[in-house]
Design a protein around this ligand. Sequence first.
Ligand code: UDP
Length: 477
Amino acid sequence: MDAKNTQLRIFFFPFMAQGHSIPTTDMAKLFASRGADVAIITTPLNAPLIAKSINKSDHSGREIELLIINFPSQAVGLPDGCESLDLARSPEMFNSFFRATTMLGPQIDQILDQHRPHCLVADTFFPWTTDLAAKYGIPRVVFHGTCFFSLCAAASIIANRPYKNVSSELEPFVIPNLPDEIKLTRSQVPGYLKEEIETDFIKLYWASKEVESRCYGFLINSFYELEPAYADYYRNVLRRRAWHIGPLSLYSNVGEDNVQRGSSSSIDEHQCLQWLDSKNPDSVLYVSFGTLASLTDSQLLEIAEGLEATGQNFIWVVKKEKSDQEEWLPEGFEKRIEGRGLIIRGWAPQVLILEHRSIGGFVTHCGWNSALEGVTAGIPMVTWPNSAEQFYNEKLITDVLRIGVGVGALYWGRAGKDEIKSEAIAKAVSQVMVGEEAEGMRRRAKALGIQARKAIEEGGSSSSDLNAFFENLRSRI
Ligand code: UDP
């Protein structure tokens, strides 16, 4: 059989955190729908979540195989069953979790030896897969899960360390050499770039950077029209071979046959949609901080007061179980907001909600999946970054795309310093929901949402880049 007709066999190895495994699963579904033979490598407790979101969707009849490896929780002192970063709640557990992932090599070695896929798409947090795959002549492609913009911003900060040239935590500096003038403060720079100490996570972070120049390439969950200058910069200035294939959430098939992404929803989806159906277009604010951020009770209280003060309809996702003592809610709050506010405790069907025509604004922590899902749904955002690369993502939304307003977060990792008051929350919400400025942001956001959909259609930029990726792999056979 000639290479042109050879069926590509592509293995995915997602990091065990929902913010990484959700888009990787969408990507696996996309590749299967384009005729590739696909397998996802995961652990026993993550497997059912992935299985649930791949089961019913249409991959043109192709099954996605799950290959199960064991996660060495006990070897690093984690409780049995702690197989997802979302469950590693303390800094010690967080570091142990990352240490455990460095012990997975022998199992991956065995899988690669046995199956010899044409490509291994492995998360950025598995830097050791580069050399392992090379042993069998298999290209390792990296999935970061973030955008071109944040990769460019991080590269500049690592190369130039501009935060060393300011005299205080809150004095702004310009991130050098980027296509736009982007300002940040030292307090917003990720702690892992500034720390001198070597935690397990920090070691892994630098190892992931160190192997990048030897990796075969990078798959990016973005589309060209969203950030053309940064897609070009990443390829031409940073000289990375990259293919943009997003927005991946458009392949999630959420809503079709009740296909779910990630955890099971804590609310009946039909009930949620009915509630949204009863509201006017663009009139509901959706508030969520992703899967990892944990907010203090006093911060939640400020949010509740801010939401009440705006008078807007809202859906607020809170990672808390219902209990008798809800000190994070003002007295009588739920009664007062009845009919105009919905609190979802636990897991929300986020994409289904964002895509509803009643949603008119999104308060987001700027995790890249959420940010891109907001863009894809054409919704202006209130940006409230906390950790990881979220402060860069905020700048893309507010300063480059001009489809959002910052709530005023100043400290990466918060460190207890960054409580945002209800007045600031209400003000930012009003800015994206009402008035002329809001209209401008909404117009730009909707235009981007249309471009996002075009990008994945045949002939669109992401669809074409995916073809280019497949052709590239075939040319190696
Ligand atoms: N998500 C969801 N329901 C929730 C919380 C999160 O569906 O209640 C999904 C969300 O749509 C996104 C992912 O989980 O796809 C979170 O990824 P993101 O990069 O936004 O943030 P992280 O959790 O990694 O900080």
